[in-house]
Design a binder for this molecule. Structure first.
Ligand SMILES: *Cc1c(COP(=O)(O)O)cnc(C)c1O
Length: 469
Protein backbone atom coordinates (compact mmCIF):
# COMPACT_ATOMS: atom_id res chain seq x y z
CA UNK A 1 0.00 0.00 0.00
CA UNK A 2 1.25 3.46 -0.91
CA UNK A 3 0.45 6.67 0.95
CA UNK A 4 -0.06 10.08 -0.64
CA UNK A 5 -0.07 13.53 0.94
CA UNK A 6 -3.25 15.61 1.11
CA UNK A 7 -1.29 18.55 -0.32
CA UNK A 8 -0.06 16.67 -3.34
CA UNK A 9 3.55 17.78 -3.19
CA UNK A 10 5.37 15.19 -1.06
CA UNK A 11 6.68 11.84 -2.30
CA UNK A 12 4.36 8.85 -1.90
CA UNK A 13 5.62 6.52 0.83
CA UNK A 14 4.99 2.94 1.89
CA UNK A 15 3.38 2.16 5.26
CA UNK A 16 6.72 2.10 7.08
CA UNK A 17 7.71 5.48 5.64
CA UNK A 18 4.35 7.09 6.39
CA UNK A 19 4.42 5.78 9.97
CA UNK A 20 7.91 7.06 10.69
CA UNK A 21 7.28 10.42 9.02
CA UNK A 22 3.94 11.31 10.60
CA UNK A 23 3.46 14.63 8.79
CA UNK A 24 4.23 14.84 5.06
CA UNK A 25 7.07 17.13 3.94
CA UNK A 26 4.64 19.47 2.14
CA UNK A 27 2.72 20.09 5.37
CA UNK A 28 -0.02 17.64 4.36
CA UNK A 29 -1.19 14.41 5.95
CA UNK A 30 -0.74 10.93 4.55
CA UNK A 31 -3.65 8.84 3.32
CA UNK A 32 -3.72 5.49 1.52
CA UNK A 33 -3.68 5.93 -2.24
CA UNK A 34 -6.91 3.89 -2.47
CA UNK A 35 -9.34 2.52 0.09
CA UNK A 36 -9.13 -1.25 0.47
CA UNK A 37 -12.56 -2.86 0.82
CA UNK A 38 -13.96 -5.87 2.63
CA UNK A 39 -16.96 -7.65 1.09
CA UNK A 40 -20.13 -8.20 3.13
CA UNK A 41 -19.11 -11.84 3.41
CA UNK A 42 -15.65 -10.95 4.71
CA UNK A 43 -17.18 -8.55 7.25
CA UNK A 44 -19.64 -11.21 8.41
CA UNK A 45 -16.65 -13.51 8.83
CA UNK A 46 -15.22 -11.16 11.50
CA UNK A 47 -18.12 -11.93 13.85
CA UNK A 48 -16.47 -14.57 15.97
CA UNK A 49 -12.94 -13.21 15.95
CA UNK A 50 -10.98 -11.90 18.92
CA UNK A 51 -10.03 -8.24 18.94
CA UNK A 52 -6.49 -9.06 17.81
CA UNK A 53 -7.68 -11.24 14.92
CA UNK A 54 -10.18 -8.55 13.90
CA UNK A 55 -7.34 -6.03 13.99
CA UNK A 56 -5.18 -8.18 11.72
CA UNK A 57 -8.00 -8.70 9.21
CA UNK A 58 -8.88 -5.00 9.06
CA UNK A 59 -5.34 -3.59 9.03
CA UNK A 60 -3.55 -6.14 6.81
CA UNK A 61 -4.26 -4.30 3.53
CA UNK A 62 -2.92 -1.03 4.95
CA UNK A 63 0.45 -2.49 6.00
CA UNK A 64 0.95 -4.66 2.92
CA UNK A 65 4.52 -4.41 1.66
CA UNK A 66 5.87 -3.32 5.05
CA UNK A 67 4.71 -6.08 7.41
CA UNK A 68 3.59 -9.67 6.97
CA UNK A 69 0.33 -10.82 8.53
CA UNK A 70 2.28 -12.75 11.16
CA UNK A 71 4.39 -9.72 12.04
CA UNK A 72 1.26 -7.59 12.31
CA UNK A 73 -0.36 -10.15 14.56
CA UNK A 74 2.65 -10.28 16.89
CA UNK A 75 2.64 -6.48 17.18
CA UNK A 76 -1.10 -6.45 17.94
CA UNK A 77 -0.70 -9.14 20.57
CA UNK A 78 2.03 -7.12 22.29
CA UNK A 79 0.03 -3.87 22.03
CA UNK A 80 -3.29 -5.21 23.29
CA UNK A 81 -1.75 -7.58 25.83
CA UNK A 82 -1.43 -4.57 28.14
CA UNK A 83 -5.18 -3.91 28.28
CA UNK A 84 -6.97 -4.75 31.50
CA UNK A 85 -10.20 -6.07 29.90
CA UNK A 86 -10.21 -9.40 28.07
CA UNK A 87 -12.48 -8.00 25.33
CA UNK A 88 -10.10 -5.00 24.86
CA UNK A 89 -13.02 -2.70 23.84
CA UNK A 90 -16.15 -4.11 25.59
CA UNK A 91 -19.68 -2.99 24.66
CA UNK A 92 -22.04 -1.98 27.47
CA UNK A 93 -25.76 -1.48 26.92
CA UNK A 94 -27.30 1.67 28.44
CA UNK A 95 -30.73 1.71 26.79
CA UNK A 96 -32.82 -0.33 24.37
CA UNK A 97 -30.78 0.71 21.32
CA UNK A 98 -27.96 2.66 23.00
CA UNK A 99 -24.54 1.22 23.71
CA UNK A 100 -21.19 2.40 25.00
CA UNK A 101 -17.98 1.00 23.58
CA UNK A 102 -15.42 1.26 26.38
CA UNK A 103 -12.16 2.23 24.75
CA UNK A 104 -10.39 3.12 28.00
CA UNK A 105 -9.02 -0.16 29.32
CA UNK A 106 -5.45 0.53 28.20
CA UNK A 107 -2.54 1.61 30.43
CA UNK A 108 -3.41 5.34 30.55
CA UNK A 109 -7.21 4.99 30.70
CA UNK A 110 -8.19 6.76 27.46
CA UNK A 111 -8.96 5.56 23.95
CA UNK A 112 -5.63 6.94 22.71
CA UNK A 113 -3.97 3.79 24.07
CA UNK A 114 -5.72 1.67 21.44
CA UNK A 115 -3.72 3.40 18.73
CA UNK A 116 -0.59 4.45 20.57
CA UNK A 117 0.25 1.10 22.10
CA UNK A 118 0.33 -0.23 18.55
CA UNK A 119 2.27 2.79 17.28
CA UNK A 120 4.95 2.20 19.95
CA UNK A 121 5.30 -1.38 18.72
CA UNK A 122 5.47 -0.21 15.09
CA UNK A 123 8.20 2.33 15.83
CA UNK A 124 10.25 -0.30 17.63
CA UNK A 125 9.76 -2.81 14.80
CA UNK A 126 10.72 -0.35 12.08
CA UNK A 127 13.76 1.05 13.94
CA UNK A 128 15.29 -2.23 15.07
CA UNK A 129 18.39 -3.00 13.07
CA UNK A 130 18.69 0.54 11.70
CA UNK A 131 20.86 3.29 13.15
CA UNK A 132 18.03 5.79 12.96
CA UNK A 133 17.21 7.61 16.18
CA UNK A 134 13.67 8.93 16.24
CA UNK A 135 12.65 12.21 17.86
CA UNK A 136 8.96 12.36 18.59
CA UNK A 137 7.49 15.80 19.10
CA UNK A 138 3.84 16.09 19.99
CA UNK A 139 1.26 18.39 21.47
CA UNK A 140 -1.43 17.08 23.74
CA UNK A 141 -4.73 18.34 25.03
CA UNK A 142 -4.29 15.73 27.76
CA UNK A 143 -4.71 12.14 26.75
CA UNK A 144 -2.39 11.76 23.76
CA UNK A 145 0.56 12.81 25.87
CA UNK A 146 0.27 10.15 28.53
CA UNK A 147 -0.64 7.45 26.02
CA UNK A 148 2.33 8.31 23.78
CA UNK A 149 4.73 8.54 26.68
CA UNK A 150 3.58 5.19 28.04
CA UNK A 151 4.00 3.65 24.59
CA UNK A 152 7.65 4.70 24.15
CA UNK A 153 9.09 5.32 27.64
CA UNK A 154 12.42 3.60 28.01
CA UNK A 155 12.50 2.34 24.40
CA UNK A 156 15.87 2.41 22.65
CA UNK A 157 16.38 4.79 19.76
CA UNK A 158 13.41 7.06 20.57
CA UNK A 159 13.14 10.39 22.35
CA UNK A 160 9.81 12.01 23.07
CA UNK A 161 9.09 15.71 23.67
CA UNK A 162 5.50 16.31 24.72
CA UNK A 163 3.98 19.78 24.89
CA UNK A 164 0.87 20.33 27.00
CA UNK A 165 -0.99 23.60 27.62
CA UNK A 166 -0.09 24.78 31.12
CA UNK A 167 -3.00 24.47 33.53
CA UNK A 168 -5.41 23.18 30.88
CA UNK A 169 -5.12 19.46 31.49
CA UNK A 170 -6.54 17.64 34.51
CA UNK A 171 -4.29 16.75 37.46
CA UNK A 172 -4.59 13.08 36.61
CA UNK A 173 -3.72 13.75 32.97
CA UNK A 174 -0.70 15.87 33.87
CA UNK A 175 0.59 13.41 36.44
CA UNK A 176 0.21 10.51 34.02
CA UNK A 177 2.77 12.29 31.84
CA UNK A 178 5.03 14.03 34.29
CA UNK A 179 5.56 11.11 36.67
CA UNK A 180 7.09 8.95 33.94
CA UNK A 181 10.74 9.48 34.80
CA UNK A 182 12.68 7.97 31.91
CA UNK A 183 15.74 9.48 30.22
CA UNK A 184 13.98 9.60 26.83
CA UNK A 185 10.83 11.37 28.11
CA UNK A 186 10.67 15.21 28.10
CA UNK A 187 7.52 16.98 29.31
CA UNK A 188 7.00 20.64 28.43
CA UNK A 189 4.21 22.83 29.83
CA UNK A 190 3.54 25.56 27.26
CA UNK A 191 2.32 28.99 28.33
CA UNK A 192 -0.63 28.88 25.93
CA UNK A 193 -3.58 26.76 24.82
CA UNK A 194 -3.64 23.49 22.93
CA UNK A 195 -3.96 25.02 19.47
CA UNK A 196 -0.88 27.14 20.21
CA UNK A 197 1.06 24.06 21.30
CA UNK A 198 -0.06 22.15 18.21
CA UNK A 199 0.93 25.12 16.04
CA UNK A 200 4.42 25.07 17.56
CA UNK A 201 4.80 21.38 16.75
CA UNK A 202 3.72 21.99 13.16
CA UNK A 203 6.14 24.91 12.92
CA UNK A 204 9.04 22.72 14.07
CA UNK A 205 8.16 20.06 11.50
CA UNK A 206 7.84 22.64 8.74
CA UNK A 207 11.08 24.48 9.54
CA UNK A 208 13.81 22.73 7.52
CA UNK A 209 16.67 24.36 9.44
CA UNK A 210 15.29 22.79 12.59
CA UNK A 211 13.75 19.57 11.37
CA UNK A 212 16.72 18.48 9.23
CA UNK A 213 18.73 17.99 12.42
CA UNK A 214 16.45 15.15 13.55
CA UNK A 215 14.48 12.24 12.26
CA UNK A 216 11.23 13.76 13.45
CA UNK A 217 8.04 11.84 13.88
CA UNK A 218 4.57 12.65 15.05
CA UNK A 219 2.36 10.78 17.45
CA UNK A 220 -0.56 13.16 17.16
CA UNK A 221 -3.44 11.81 15.18
CA UNK A 222 -1.80 13.29 12.11
CA UNK A 223 0.05 9.95 12.10
CA UNK A 224 -1.84 7.64 9.74
CA UNK A 225 -1.01 4.51 11.74
CA UNK A 226 -3.05 5.83 14.65
CA UNK A 227 -6.16 6.28 12.57
CA UNK A 228 -5.69 2.86 11.04
CA UNK A 229 -5.66 1.25 14.49
CA UNK A 230 -8.89 3.04 15.34
CA UNK A 231 -10.73 1.74 12.27
CA UNK A 232 -10.66 -1.71 13.86
CA UNK A 233 -13.09 -1.07 16.68
CA UNK A 234 -15.84 0.19 14.36
CA UNK A 235 -15.79 -3.24 12.72
CA UNK A 236 -15.49 -5.04 16.06
CA UNK A 237 -18.60 -3.30 17.46
CA UNK A 238 -20.67 -3.42 14.28
CA UNK A 239 -20.39 -7.16 13.76
CA UNK A 240 -21.44 -7.71 17.37
CA UNK A 241 -24.58 -5.58 16.92
CA UNK A 242 -25.87 -7.17 13.72
CA UNK A 243 -23.51 -5.88 11.04
CA UNK A 244 -23.09 -6.10 8.16
CA UNK A 245 -26.81 -6.95 7.66
CA UNK A 246 -27.81 -4.14 10.00
CA UNK A 247 -26.26 -0.70 9.71
CA UNK A 248 -24.98 0.60 13.04
CA UNK A 249 -24.64 4.27 14.08
CA UNK A 250 -21.76 5.72 16.08
CA UNK A 251 -21.53 8.84 18.19
CA UNK A 252 -17.99 10.12 18.58
CA UNK A 253 -16.83 12.79 21.04
CA UNK A 254 -14.64 14.78 18.70
CA UNK A 255 -11.67 17.13 18.94
CA UNK A 256 -9.01 16.63 16.30
CA UNK A 257 -11.41 14.63 14.08
CA UNK A 258 -9.16 11.55 14.24
CA UNK A 259 -11.47 9.09 15.92
CA UNK A 260 -14.48 9.96 13.80
CA UNK A 261 -12.37 9.99 10.64
CA UNK A 262 -11.49 6.37 11.45
CA UNK A 263 -15.25 5.70 11.31
CA UNK A 264 -15.35 7.29 7.87
CA UNK A 265 -12.53 4.98 6.78
CA UNK A 266 -14.51 1.97 8.06
CA UNK A 267 -17.47 3.13 5.95
CA UNK A 268 -15.18 3.56 2.92
CA UNK A 269 -13.96 0.00 3.46
CA UNK A 270 -17.51 -1.27 3.14
CA UNK A 271 -18.84 -1.35 6.71
CA UNK A 272 -22.53 -0.33 6.68
CA UNK A 273 -22.68 2.69 9.02
CA UNK A 274 -26.06 4.40 9.44
CA UNK A 275 -24.56 7.65 10.70
CA UNK A 276 -21.47 9.10 12.30
CA UNK A 277 -22.45 11.64 14.92
CA UNK A 278 -19.75 14.27 15.35
CA UNK A 279 -20.26 15.31 18.97
CA UNK A 280 -18.53 18.54 20.00
CA UNK A 281 -18.56 20.67 23.13
CA UNK A 282 -19.01 24.45 22.82
CA UNK A 283 -15.78 24.58 20.80
CA UNK A 284 -17.96 23.74 17.84
CA UNK A 285 -15.94 24.53 14.72
CA UNK A 286 -16.68 21.05 13.35
CA UNK A 287 -20.38 21.25 14.06
CA UNK A 288 -20.51 24.61 12.29
CA UNK A 289 -18.44 23.37 9.36
CA UNK A 290 -20.59 20.30 8.83
CA UNK A 291 -23.92 22.06 9.26
CA UNK A 292 -23.24 25.34 7.42
CA UNK A 293 -19.96 24.88 5.52
CA UNK A 294 -18.32 27.60 7.63
CA UNK A 295 -14.96 26.33 8.90
CA UNK A 296 -13.80 29.28 10.96
CA UNK A 297 -11.75 29.17 14.09
CA UNK A 298 -12.71 31.06 17.25
CA UNK A 299 -11.11 31.48 20.67
CA UNK A 300 -10.82 28.20 22.52
CA UNK A 301 -13.12 28.02 25.53
CA UNK A 302 -11.87 25.85 28.40
CA UNK A 303 -14.43 23.16 29.36
CA UNK A 304 -14.55 20.03 31.54
CA UNK A 305 -13.73 18.13 28.33
CA UNK A 306 -10.20 19.40 27.64
CA UNK A 307 -9.45 16.76 25.02
CA UNK A 308 -12.12 18.38 22.86
CA UNK A 309 -11.15 22.02 23.50
CA UNK A 310 -9.88 22.43 19.97
CA UNK A 311 -10.65 24.95 17.24
CA UNK A 312 -8.41 23.57 14.49
CA UNK A 313 -9.03 19.90 13.78
CA UNK A 314 -5.99 18.53 11.96
CA UNK A 315 -7.67 15.46 10.55
CA UNK A 316 -10.52 17.40 9.00
CA UNK A 317 -8.03 18.05 6.18
CA UNK A 318 -8.07 14.35 5.36
CA UNK A 319 -11.84 14.39 4.96
CA UNK A 320 -11.78 17.54 2.85
CA UNK A 321 -9.15 15.95 0.58
CA UNK A 322 -11.07 12.73 0.12
CA UNK A 323 -14.42 14.43 -0.44
CA UNK A 324 -12.95 17.10 -2.68
CA UNK A 325 -11.82 14.63 -5.33
CA UNK A 326 -8.32 14.16 -3.87
CA UNK A 327 -6.97 17.26 -5.57
CA UNK A 328 -3.85 18.01 -3.51
CA UNK A 329 -3.06 21.30 -5.18
CA UNK A 330 -6.56 22.71 -4.62
CA UNK A 331 -6.60 21.53 -1.03
CA UNK A 332 -3.15 23.02 -0.35
CA UNK A 333 -4.49 26.40 -1.54
CA UNK A 334 -7.63 26.02 0.59
CA UNK A 335 -5.60 25.12 3.69
CA UNK A 336 -3.03 27.89 3.17
CA UNK A 337 -5.95 30.29 2.98
CA UNK A 338 -7.31 28.91 6.23
CA UNK A 339 -3.92 29.13 7.92
CA UNK A 340 -3.75 32.81 6.94
CA UNK A 341 -7.29 33.91 7.76
CA UNK A 342 -8.42 31.22 10.24
CA UNK A 343 -11.56 30.82 8.16
CA UNK A 344 -12.69 29.07 4.98
CA UNK A 345 -15.79 27.73 3.31
CA UNK A 346 -16.22 24.11 2.36
CA UNK A 347 -16.73 23.55 -1.36
CA UNK A 348 -20.07 22.13 -2.49
CA UNK A 349 -18.46 18.76 -3.13
CA UNK A 350 -17.04 18.72 0.39
CA UNK A 351 -20.32 19.74 2.05
CA UNK A 352 -22.45 17.39 0.00
CA UNK A 353 -20.04 14.50 0.40
CA UNK A 354 -20.16 14.83 4.17
CA UNK A 355 -23.91 15.27 4.39
CA UNK A 356 -25.07 11.67 3.97
CA UNK A 357 -22.89 10.19 6.69
CA UNK A 358 -21.93 12.89 9.20
CA UNK A 359 -24.40 14.48 11.62
CA UNK A 360 -23.07 17.02 14.07
CA UNK A 361 -24.23 17.99 17.53
CA UNK A 362 -22.94 20.68 19.88
CA UNK A 363 -23.40 19.84 23.54
CA UNK A 364 -22.97 22.42 26.29
CA UNK A 365 -21.79 21.86 29.85
CA UNK A 366 -25.29 21.57 31.36
CA UNK A 367 -26.38 18.94 28.92
CA UNK A 368 -23.10 17.09 29.42
CA UNK A 369 -23.76 16.95 33.17
CA UNK A 370 -27.32 15.81 32.50
CA UNK A 371 -26.05 12.94 30.35
CA UNK A 372 -23.69 11.85 33.12
CA UNK A 373 -26.57 11.79 35.60
CA UNK A 374 -28.85 10.02 33.11
CA UNK A 375 -26.29 7.24 32.54
CA UNK A 376 -25.75 6.75 36.22
CA UNK A 377 -29.48 6.76 37.11
CA UNK A 378 -30.77 4.69 34.19
CA UNK A 379 -28.07 2.10 33.74
CA UNK A 380 -25.71 2.45 36.68
CA UNK A 381 -22.88 3.50 34.35
CA UNK A 382 -20.53 6.20 35.57
CA UNK A 383 -19.18 7.96 32.48
CA UNK A 384 -16.54 10.62 31.93
CA UNK A 385 -17.39 14.12 30.58
CA UNK A 386 -16.13 13.37 27.03
CA UNK A 387 -18.23 10.23 26.81
CA UNK A 388 -21.16 12.26 28.16
CA UNK A 389 -20.89 14.70 25.24
CA UNK A 390 -21.05 11.70 22.91
CA UNK A 391 -23.98 10.14 24.73
CA UNK A 392 -25.99 13.38 24.78
CA UNK A 393 -25.47 13.70 21.02
CA UNK A 394 -26.30 10.02 20.51
CA UNK A 395 -29.64 10.40 22.29
CA UNK A 396 -30.55 13.39 20.12
CA UNK A 397 -29.65 11.48 16.96
CA UNK A 398 -31.30 8.17 17.91
CA UNK A 399 -33.20 6.39 15.13
CA UNK A 400 -35.71 3.64 15.97
CA UNK A 401 -34.30 0.20 15.39
CA UNK A 402 -30.74 1.33 14.66
CA UNK A 403 -28.15 0.40 17.30
CA UNK A 404 -26.25 3.50 18.36
CA UNK A 405 -22.77 3.11 19.83
CA UNK A 406 -21.22 5.98 21.77
CA UNK A 407 -17.46 5.78 21.91
CA UNK A 408 -16.54 5.93 25.61
CA UNK A 409 -13.21 7.67 25.21
CA UNK A 410 -11.93 8.04 28.78
CA UNK A 411 -12.20 6.26 32.11
CA UNK A 412 -14.32 8.32 34.54
CA UNK A 413 -11.49 8.31 37.09
CA UNK A 414 -9.43 10.43 34.73
CA UNK A 415 -11.89 13.30 35.22
CA UNK A 416 -13.19 12.48 38.65
CA UNK A 417 -13.77 16.06 39.84
CA UNK A 418 -16.14 16.72 36.94
CA UNK A 419 -17.79 13.33 37.41
CA UNK A 420 -18.32 14.03 41.09
CA UNK A 421 -19.77 17.48 40.40
CA UNK A 422 -22.33 16.03 38.00
CA UNK A 423 -23.26 12.78 39.70
CA UNK A 424 -22.13 13.00 43.32
CA UNK A 425 -20.07 9.87 42.73
CA UNK A 426 -16.28 9.99 42.92
CA UNK A 427 -14.70 7.25 40.80
CA UNK A 428 -11.60 5.75 42.36
CA UNK A 429 -8.36 5.43 40.43
CA UNK A 430 -7.94 1.91 39.05
CA UNK A 431 -5.20 -0.14 40.69
CA UNK A 432 -2.69 0.41 37.91
CA UNK A 433 -2.46 4.14 38.70
CA UNK A 434 -3.62 4.07 42.32
CA UNK A 435 -0.41 5.70 43.61
CA UNK A 436 -0.35 8.45 40.95
CA UNK A 437 -0.56 11.27 43.47
CA UNK A 438 2.37 9.89 45.47
CA UNK A 439 4.77 9.86 42.53
CA UNK A 440 7.32 12.63 41.82
CA UNK A 441 6.70 14.88 38.78
CA UNK A 442 9.23 16.19 36.27
CA UNK A 443 8.48 18.87 33.63
CA UNK A 444 9.61 22.31 32.49
CA UNK A 445 7.47 25.33 31.67
CA UNK A 446 8.40 27.09 28.42
CA UNK A 447 7.13 30.21 26.61
CA UNK A 448 4.87 29.62 23.62
CA UNK A 449 7.36 30.79 21.01
CA UNK A 450 9.10 28.85 18.28
CA UNK A 451 12.54 29.91 19.52
CA UNK A 452 11.95 28.92 23.13
CA UNK A 453 10.57 25.50 22.27
CA UNK A 454 12.96 24.62 19.47
CA UNK A 455 15.94 25.60 21.63
CA UNK A 456 14.60 23.49 24.46
CA UNK A 457 14.35 20.45 22.20
CA UNK A 458 17.72 21.00 20.53
CA UNK A 459 19.47 21.30 23.89
CA UNK A 460 18.12 17.97 25.08
CA UNK A 461 17.92 15.75 22.04
CA UNK A 462 20.74 13.18 21.85
CA UNK A 463 20.80 13.45 18.02
CA UNK A 464 21.73 17.09 18.23
CA UNK A 465 24.03 16.63 21.20
CA UNK A 466 26.00 13.98 19.40
CA UNK A 467 26.16 16.14 16.29
CA UNK A 468 27.64 18.95 18.33
CA UNK A 469 30.29 16.96 20.17
C1 LIG B 1 -8.51 12.70 22.17
C2 LIG B 1 -9.81 12.57 22.85
C3 LIG B 1 -11.02 12.88 22.20
C4 LIG B 1 -11.04 13.46 20.80
O1 LIG B 1 -10.56 12.56 19.85
P1 LIG B 1 -10.13 13.07 18.41
O2 LIG B 1 -9.58 11.89 17.71
O3 LIG B 1 -9.09 14.14 18.65
O4 LIG B 1 -11.34 13.64 17.76
C5 LIG B 1 -12.19 12.65 22.88
N1 LIG B 1 -12.20 12.18 24.14
C6 LIG B 1 -11.07 11.87 24.79
C7 LIG B 1 -11.16 11.36 26.18
C8 LIG B 1 -9.84 12.04 24.17
O5 LIG B 1 -8.72 11.74 24.82
Amino acid sequence: MRYVSTRGDAPALDFRGATLAGLASDGGLYLPETWPTLSAQEIAGLAGLSYVDTAVAVMAPFVAGSLTRDELKALCEAAYGRFSHAAIVPLVQVDHDQWLMELFHGPTLAFKDVALQLLGQLFQKFLTGTDTRLTIIGATSGDTGSAAIDAVAGRDGIDIFMLHPEGRVSDVQRRQMTTVIAPNVHNIAIRGDFDTAQGLVKAMFNNPAFSSRFTLSAVNSINWARLMAQVVYYFYAAVRLGGPERAVAFSVPTGNFGDVFAGYVAAKMGLPIAKLVVATNVNDILARALSTGDYSSREVIATPTPSMDIQVSSNFERLLFDLGGRDGRALAAQMKDFERSRAMRLTNAQSQGASGLFFSERVDVDEMALAMRWASEHSGEVIDPHTAIGLAAARRQAVDGVPMVTLATAHPAKFRDAVERATGLRPSLPGRIGDLFDRAERFDTVDATFDAVSEYVAARDPCVRSAWT
